[in-house]
Design a binder for this molecule. Sequence first.
Ligand code: ZN
Length: 250
Amino acid sequence: MDDVALTPQRERTVTIVSLVLTLVVLGGYVTFSDGPIGTAVRGVLGVDGRERPAVEADGTGEYAFLNEQPGSDEPVGFSPCRPIEYVVNPDHAPEGWQDYVETAIEEVGDRTGLRFDYQGTTDDRDFADRVGPGSRARPALIGWADEDEVGDLADDVAGVGGPTMVTIGRLRAYVTGSVVLDSDTTDRLARSPGGEQMQVALLMHELGHLVGLDHVDDPDELMYPRGISRAGFGPGDREGLARLGAIDCR
Ligand SMILES: [Zn+2]
C-alpha cells in the first residue's frame, strides 16, 4: 500500500480539497501445493477458453503492474477464462451508486476483455480478507466505508482497492479482491456539481488496481495517485488494461 498526499486540481465549484488514491494488496498470498495441475486448480484459474476476446490497446503511455510472474514481465492478472464475480455492499453508498458501479465495471471490462459477473448486493463487509476457509475465494467486494471502519481511508485517502493473489507452484493469479471508497469523499462528491463523473472515475481507478494496475507518475493517466485529472482511462491505462486481459488461459 502507498499513501501519497495530494492537492488535486481544484475547481471553484468542487468542494473536494484533496484526494488520495491508494491501494492495498489484500490478503497476502495463498499458496497451493506444488503438483500436477488438476481439477482444483482448473477450478481456480479457469482453463476453458476466454470469456471475451482480448482487447487491442488503442494507445500507448505510462502504466505499471502490481505484480509480474516470476522471472518474466508478464503481468499477474485474473484469468480471462472465467468471469470475475463481484458483489456490492450499498451501505453508505451515494445515491445513484448502481449507475456509477455499472459504468465503471463496464469500462474496465471493455478495456481488459475480462468479463465481470454481478452477483448482487451483500451485507458482507470483509474488505480485507476475500479468501475464506479452505482457500475458497469469495466474490470481489465493492463498498463504501469511513476511516473508523477501514483505517486505510484515514486522512485524505479517497479509496483503496486491490486484488488477492494466489500462487500455485510458480504461477501467480488474482482470484478476488476488493474496492472500498471513502464515504466522506463520496458524500461530498454527491453534493458537488459534476461529482457524478468523479464518483465513476474514483471507482475506475480502484477497479484498475483490482485487476492489477499500479500507480504511475504521469498525471494524465487515471492511475496517477495524486488527484484525478481526467474522467476516463488515459492511453497508458488502456494499454496496461489490455495487457492484463490478454494473459494466457491456463
Ligand atoms: Zn490508487
